[in-house]
Design a protein around this ligand. Sequence first.
Ligand SMILES: Cc1cc2nc3c(=O)[nH]c(=O)nc-3n(C[C@H](O)[C@H](O)[C@H](O)COP(=O)(O)OP(=O)(O)OC[C@H]3O[C@@H](n4cnc5c(N)ncnc54)[C@H](O)[C@@H]3O)c2cc1C
Length: 439
Amino acid sequence: MSTKIVVAGGGHGGIAAAALMAKAGLDVTVYEKNSANNMGYDWTDIFAPDALECIGLDMPDDDLFEYKTDMTFYSTNEKTPIYQDVPIDEREIKMERSDIYKVIIDHAVSCGVKFEYNYIVEGPITEGTRVVGIKTDKGDVYADLVIDACGCESAVRRNLPKNWRVQKSPRQNEKFYVYRAFYNKVDGFTADDKYKVCLLPEGKTGIGWVASEDEYTDLLIGRFIPFDLKEAQRTADVFRKNNPTLGTEIVRGGQFVQIPVRQPLSIMVCDGYAAIGDSAFMTVPIIGSGIANSFKAAKILAETVIGDTAHEYSAKTLWDYQYRFYKELGAGLAPLAVVKLLLTQLTPEQLDYIFDNGILTSKEMTITAKSTGLWDFFHLSPDLPKRGLAAIKDKELVKELLWVVKKIALVVTTCARIPKKYDRAAVLGWAWKYDQIFR
Ligand SMILES: Cc1cc2nc3c(=O)[nH]c(=O)nc-3n(C[C@H](O)[C@H](O)[C@H](O)COP(=O)(O)OP(=O)(O)OC[C@H]3O[C@@H](n4cnc5c(N)ncnc54)[C@H](O)[C@@H]3O)c2cc1C
């Protein structure tokens, strides 16, 4: 029986899954709104290279990547830096996003995936309880399975019938509004910290980074509420005071984008539908890295689809993808969403206190895009009691930390109880409990 699989949007996970499925002989077409030579953003990304193995790719050629520089973190008062110290064998790589896309698209094409560029996906076509295709600006496309790789604000996910109970949009504090630009590098200055990350800069809930590269200085401003170009320019001027390498001329980028920073979607499969990557909120909630997780999820999704030899592609047969995703990745990511919630509640003074009193150390801040679980962030080190005592002096902070511990325990037990087999009532019940934790 010939079946047709459509990937809506050329997200990383969607393309990677498409390659694996096409290699197994399935008919897969990606519908992407951009043109072939305009995929991704004009900037670099950091990810763990071992994720490439999951999708059958080797380490990229040497001239396509370099190893990531360790970050230096600062709290609002910028008094106490915390230095990352990533072990050599755990270093992530930094690649141009356009090169990442070129590598995965070339691979997908060689596996037999077809690409249709300049198609805007407007929503799903549904019949009864099933997604049977996508609506595009160039007409309807029918398919036996639609893989939603349209990203954080996917038009497919957003337009699924409400009673299917798939969350349509991220809520407040679940999505990061980001401005990123590469500015000219001002001659005559050397940056003290090559990759400086400021938490709650100017006391505003969010982050900012200034990374000094050979050719330019990379500025990123991220907040939980939208902001405009004027505010981005004002903030850049504030950063320039302490970071004299940051010039005023934009040489690359200069765009506003959004990143999901939240727990993975509670229901990511329906009859004829599966979400992946940012469409299913698979980023590491604290740092917003999602490329490696999308590749890992692609492997699980492709194995599930290929394993469905009757080509049913129903919620029941696709459930194994969600189940395995939660067991292998989601159960580690979801508790981090609670830690992120804490970060949105801390005052600048509390954060300064945490930095200045050594409650957070280099160990915790050695966050990498490889970090997918809670214990990658919170290490049980011998000085933990001393650090704990330091925290206890601030009663409000203790309250916040206890709140987090309670929530994390709830998330961990809930994730452990994800139904192994698909039963609609059981799945809806589980998803409701899971979603409640983050309300
Ligand atoms: C500023 C910034 C920096 C980041 N840095 C890193 C990093 O260093 N490391 C890391 O691992 N992750 C990083 N991320 C996150 C990372 O980009 C995503 O998590 C990852 O790409 C997975 O998302 P995705 O590919 O599923 O979705 P997206 O990247 O959003 O891709 C969705 C695709 O679908 C297409 N599309 C969207 N809507 C439609 C439509 N209606 N019709 C047709 N096509 C459509 C888009 O054009 C795009 O090609 C960063 C994100 C941002 C914004």
